[in-house]
Write a protein that binds this ligand. Structure first.
Ligand code: ARG
Length: 459
């Protein structure tokens, strides 16, 4: 295909150079944005009298047809094309002749590609946010069902204090709320139109950038044409936000993997989201959770890769910037795939409340509550801590737990202790009493669910 940019250059490039230069393999997914962008551009050029209105109308109508054909698959993207912008313009020109040749007035591929990418990523932000809301809602449903299920809370992966499973799940819901906030904020900076910055310096044609931006749903326009064509901060921001989404999914995945192991058995992942082993017939492997954990590395890689591309890049457009797309597309695809798996996997997960309670009964995780009981009886916390520690040691010697240690043993350690100590160390009470804001008690869990639901309904 003759090159549209054959001007000073002959356009006779080496086959290897064409292949190396081409981005059609990955940028053709922006065909809708490219065509919609060109329609708005033609509309603006016509409205401003830069090209004849009749030609603008013809361009718009033909672009609509091309879009329909691409959607229907009756027109296929030419894999030999240099990029999606060239492909669409080429088809248009083949069909319309000179009118098609006028479309690229007061525009460059430099502002065009930035426009397409911003439109595409705006859509990705919305799609990923919808998936995040679904996962958050699934966490709320599970938390509601299991708001009174007791399990050990861990620090250093050592049993620490009793918590409710609902409370634990809601910790993830809070992370996802922040992810949603970050994406909404990032979207504001994505939603700024670069079109009309042209190659780098703006144009002498009487364009109306605001008209074109508005037609495409942008909230504002880039205020410096050099920045408009070379800014990829919005891609980096999105990658950073998606990296955090993955960090959260990865931590959740790790817990699911741990909890579904024989050592814990706190949950059973649904058969539909686990795999068998080709050699060990007894196995049910948490591959999906492991893949979510593993794919986190890809998304971090996308972030660091793009940051490195941008480092030291002079103004304005440089072809290095073509490397932005594979990074952001890969990250968006990866996050979408992981969220698409995580939500139904969690939804179908079986929660073993019996195993959780059993583990909670084993690690003296009510020792802090015993100390708190002594504080209520008047002992300073440090002294109470010591007495509680000694009683835990006594239990270990006897092979019992604080709930079953005889009252005489308690009273031998401190005369402040009465029969009401058993209420103080009962796991159900330990959990129910933690009513402080954000605490693990059922009331607090209910308040958290209401908070999360209210937040996601407003996003
Ligand atoms: N495919 C290119 C990219 O992705 C489009 C912009 C090309 N601009 C240029 N001056 N060669 O960045």
């Amino acid at each position: 295909m003759a090159k549209l940019w054959a001007g000073r250059a002959s356009g006779e490039t080496a086959r290897a150079a064409d292949d190396f230069n081409s981005s059609i393999r990955f940028d053709s997914r922006m065909f809708r944005e490219d065509i919609r962008g060109s329609m708005a551009h033609a509309m603006m050029l016509g409205a401003q009298g830069i090209i004849p209105r009749t030609e603008a109308d013809a361009i718009i109508a033909e672009l609509e047809t091309i879009l329909g054909e691409l959607e229907a698959g009756t027109l296929r993207v030419d894999p030999e094309a240099e990029d999606i912008h060239m492909f669409v313009e080429q088809v248009l020109t083949e069909r319309l002749g000179d009118a098609g040749r006028r479309l690229h007035t007061a525009r460059s591929r430099n502002d065009q590609v930035a426009l397409d990418l911003r439109m595409y990523l705006r859509g990705e932000c919305d799609a990923i946010s919808a998936l995040l809301r679904e996962l958050t809602e699934t966490l709320c449903t599970l938390a509601e069902e299991h708001k009174s299920v007791i399990l050990p809370g861990y620090t250093h992966l050592q049993r620490a204090q009793p918590i409710t499973f609902g409370h634990h799940l809601l910790a993830y819901a809070m992370m996802l709320l922040r992810d949603l906030d970050r994406l909404a904020d990032c979207r504001k900076r994505i939603n700024v139109s670069p079109i009309g910055c042209c190659a780098l310096a703006g144009t002498s044609f009487p364009i109306d950038r605001r008209m074109e931006a508005e037609a495409l749903g942008f909230a504002g326009v880039a205020r410096n044409s050099l920045d408009g064509v070379s800014d990829r901060d919005f891609c980096v921001e999105l990658l950073a936000d998606l990296s955090l989404v993955m960090a959260h999914l990865s931590r959740l995945s790790e817990e699911l993997i741990l909890w579904s192991s024989w050592e814990f058995r706190f949950v059973e992942l649904p058969e539909a989201y686990t795999t068998g082993s080709s050699i060990m017939p007894q196995k049910k492997n948490p591959d999906m959770a492991e893949l979510c954990r593993g794919k986190t590395g890809r998304v971090y890689g996308d972030l660091i890769g793009l940051l490195t591309v941008l480092k030291g890049l002079p103004l304005a457009y440089n072809k290095d910037l073509q490397e932005d797309k594979e990074a952001v597309f890969d990250a968006c695809d990866t996050v979408r795939a992981c969220l698409g798996i995580m939500t139904p996997m969690l939804g179908g997960m079986k929660v073993r409340a019996d195993k959780m309670l059993q583990a909670a009964q084993e690690g003296f995780i009510n020792a802090t509550d015993l100390a708190d009981y002594l504080v209520e009886k008047g002992l300073p916390f440090r002294s109470a801590y010591k007495v509680s520690g000694a009683l835990v040691a006594e239990c270990a010697r006897r092979g019992c737990v604080l709930e079953t240690l005889p009252l005489e043993a308690y009273q031998a350690a401190s005369e402040l202790i009465g029969a009401d100590v058993y209420e103080a160390v009962s796991l159900a009470n330990c959990v129910a009493r933690r009513t402080s804001l954000g605490g693990t008690g059922a009331g607090s869990v209910e308040a958290q669910i209401a908070y999360v639901r209210e937040k996601i309904s407003n996003k």
